[in-house]
Design a protein around this ligand. Sequence first.
Ligand code: FES
Ligand code: FES
Length: 270
Amino acid sequence: MAEEFDDPFQFELSDDEKALLEDLPELSEIGESRRKFIAQASAMGLGAAAINLVAQEQLFAGLKEIDELELVPIAEENAVAVKFKVNGIEKSLTLDSRMTLLDALRERLGLTGSKKGCDHGQCGACTVIVDGRRVLSCLTLSAQCEGKSVTTIEGIATGDKLHPIQAAFLKHDGFQCGFCTPGQICSAVALMDEARNGEASYVTADIRSRGRSMQLSDEEIRERMSGNLCRCGAYPNIVAAVKEVHTGKPANGVAWQFVGGKKEETDASF
Ligand code: FES
Ligand code: FES
């Protein structure tokens, strides 16, 4: 099988692939190895995708003669040094100026708790807390976080002690598959502070409450959590969990909680 690729030009490009190839500017500068790569990729049924890859690489990295199949690390072309705290620990990264906070957390720091659901600011699965405010990390550039403090789901608990919101999610079954849960929890934790600071939402009747702690109704909680989608439909239980921590009273008639991994009767005062 390997020798089939010794002479990559024995494979014919399709008409579409030839047209794409002709569209590439200054083809002669792409280099012999590139043409071999494209022909090889074509033989493997990857022709159009490979040509697009080369075109994108040219766009980002500029035309370069590369002897072997070697991708130019894009980060080196747009490098920016960023220092910020993640879960209380100082981090210094050199990364592409276009890298999102979500990608930096997941791909560079190995913090995969924050999920990439839509990557378009629509689902809330990537929610983290930056300087006390919840943000969508897929819409936040890492470079914007210079000098800031980022809290991800990995930094919500204190050692083995769950945050009250985490404990309440367990207690009320606020999840099913769990994919949306890190974002839901980060959102709910930041929401508590928003309520304490009297920050109005779209459904707040009296916006003069700003600066004073406010009691959130179910409608308020639903509205404030509406940026976090749950495909499993755990919404009623999520609202119950948030409400219980917010009010300090048992919600939905569930009068127990997890303490040290064990179920205990409770009056819901955490
Ligand atoms: S991944 Fe960020 S909002 Fe969906
Ligand atoms: S628990 Fe599955 S998406 Fe929310």
